[in-house]
Design a protein around this ligand. Structure first.
Ligand SMILES: [Zn+2]
Length: 485
């Protein structure tokens, strides 16, 4: 195919309204027939329209052989590794991403700084049972928790079978004790068990403090049976004294629970965690653009986060996401300049409290965006399409859903609410898309030392990039309001 033909198809071809009998369509079909391209390159959509070749070709090409997303996640995990928010390691990650985006041809690449109060995990992370069955357990601190001091805390552990059970403990009943909270999380494709059971981490430490506990350990919010703790951020409510909080691995938590079953007296633990708050440091949001033909149209915003927890290399969470969004933007641009600007946002300091997302919205609130979507759920395949404009712009919703059906993606009536890094879309009440990923094994790896490159399945990563490319090709070339009027 000549450059000229490609340009012509590209100019005419990213939208689906053209009925099969239209002249434009006939022209394209003839052009394609002359090029011996398979008729299967067209997908029927409701209402009789079809997707023309270029948008499909770029997505199908990504499905077969994308190398861009892998290049990003392989590069940043190898050359930078862990990127704890607000630290020098996160800064190296942002510098790395800035260089990579420039090399790939993104324009207006920048690292937009903001200040944050920064927590670091410290060096000592130890739990040991003193009685009745002395032995070490594997633990790591939860994000944002205070230190026990290097001498540690030794106290009786009180077991709670659920967060609800902890909630029912009488005021003051945990004075001088360490609380232990378990849960019944299992793998789920939509990852919804994180919401059901994550409260043991999100609010358990604050609740334990309110009941008088001097520290808390929880069964990690995860679904694997490796000796890897799952960290993650917690927040103590206003006026509640922060207490040291650690996550035991699932096998260690199971061992502790067997001890409770057998113990005839108290179970005593020594817990030593030495995290630290180091004061105000700088983080930043990395941005870059594929500049559109019509800069007066609001851009399309694709988001991920650049920071990770210290204990893994941030491959699944969220190096992969940053690779996926960048790959989608580039695949679309490689087939011709899109109508709208495509902006990528690699938010800083997401894990510790969405600092980058908040800072980005504050800095850019007066610059309307057309639609936003985020990749922050690992690297596995996309299985469901959701938007928040199914009622207000049913044609576009249907067109997008139909365009990704061939990748095994289901349509949905669920109203998309977007991920952590696109506060700006919620603040501007604009269009949001959720491309839901298979989360069955996400919580085996999430926030653990096991979040490493080898866990990425290249075929699923490519399916993911293909879906992102297809959706981005359509919305970045949509002339009208995406959310509808
Ligand atoms: Zn994440």
């Amino acid at each position: 195919m000549s450059k000229h033909q490609l340009r012509r198809l590209s100019d005419a071809g990213l939208v689906a309204e053209a009925p099969i009998a239209s002249i434009a369509m006939k022209t394209s079909i003839l052009a394609l027939a002359a090029l011996s391209l398979p008729v299967a390159a067209f997908a029927q959509v409701p209402g009789g329209g079809v997707y023309k070749y270029p948008a499909q070709q770029m997505a199908d090409g990504a499905h077969k052989g994308d190398t861009i997303a892998w290049d990003f996640v392989e590069g940043i995990t190898t050359e930078v590794g862990p990127r704890q928010a607000g630290t020098e390691a996160e800064k190296r990650g942002r510098d790395w991403a800035v260089n990579w985006l420039k090399e790939q041809g993104f324009k207006n690449v920048a690292d937009e700084p903001f200040m944050m109060n920064t927590w670091v995990p410290g060096e000592v992370h130890k739990a040991e049972i003193i009685s009745p069955f002395p032995q070490p357990l594997v633990v790591q601190p939860l994000g944002g928790t205070p230190s026990t001091g290097p001498e540690g805390i030794t106290a009786e552990v009180v077991e709670f079978g659920s967060l609800a059970a902890l909630n029912e403990a009488p005021e003051g009943s945990l004075k001088g004790k360490i609380a232990y909270v378990t849960h019944a999380m299992t793998p789920s494709q939509d990852g919804s068990h994180y919401g059901y059971f994550g409260g043991a981490r999100f609010v358990g430490p604050g609740l334990a403090s309110q009941k008088g506990a001097m520290a808390i350990v929880i069964k990690s919010i995860g679904t694997d049976q490796h000796r890897n703790p799952h960290t993650g951020v917690i927040r103590f409510p206003e006026g509640v004294t922060p207490i040291p909080a650690g996550a035991l691995t699932l096998p260690d938590a199971a061992n502790l629970e067997r001890m409770f079953d057998r113990a005839e007296g108290p179970v005593t633990m020594k817990l030593t965690l030495t995290p630290e708050w180091i004061g105000e440091t700088q983080s930043g949001n990395v941005v870059g653009e594929i500049v559109g033909k019509d800069p007066s149209l609001p851009p399309v915003l694709l988001a991920c986060h650049i920071d990770s927890w210290w204990n893994g290399t941030g491959a699944f969470d969220d190096g992969a996401g940053c690779g996926i969004i960048s790959a989608a933007a580039l695949h679309v641009s490689h087939y011709g300049q899109p109508l709208r600007t495509i902006r990528v946002l690699m938010a800083g300091a997401e894990e510790v409290g969405l600092h980058g997302s908040v800072a980005y919205s504050k800095a850019h609130i007066d610059e309307p965006i057309a639609v936003a979507y985020e990749s922050d759920f690992g690297a596995d395949r996309i299985w469901r399409f959701e938007s928040n404009f199914r009622e207000t712009n049913p044609e576009l919703h249907a067109k997008l859903a139909a365009s990704v059906a061939r990748f095994g993606v289901a349509n949905s009536r669920i109203v998309a609410t977007g991920g952590a890094d696109i506060n700006i879309a919620r603040d501007q009440k604009t269009a949001i898309i959720d491309l839901q990923q298979d989360g069955t094994r996400y919580f085996d790896l999430h926030h653990t030392p096991d979040d490493t490159l080898d866990k990425i399945d290249i075929d699923q990563l490519r399916q993911n990039v293909a879906v992102w490319t297809q959706v981005t090709a359509i919305v970045a070339n949509e002339p009208g309001s995406i959310k509808g009027e």
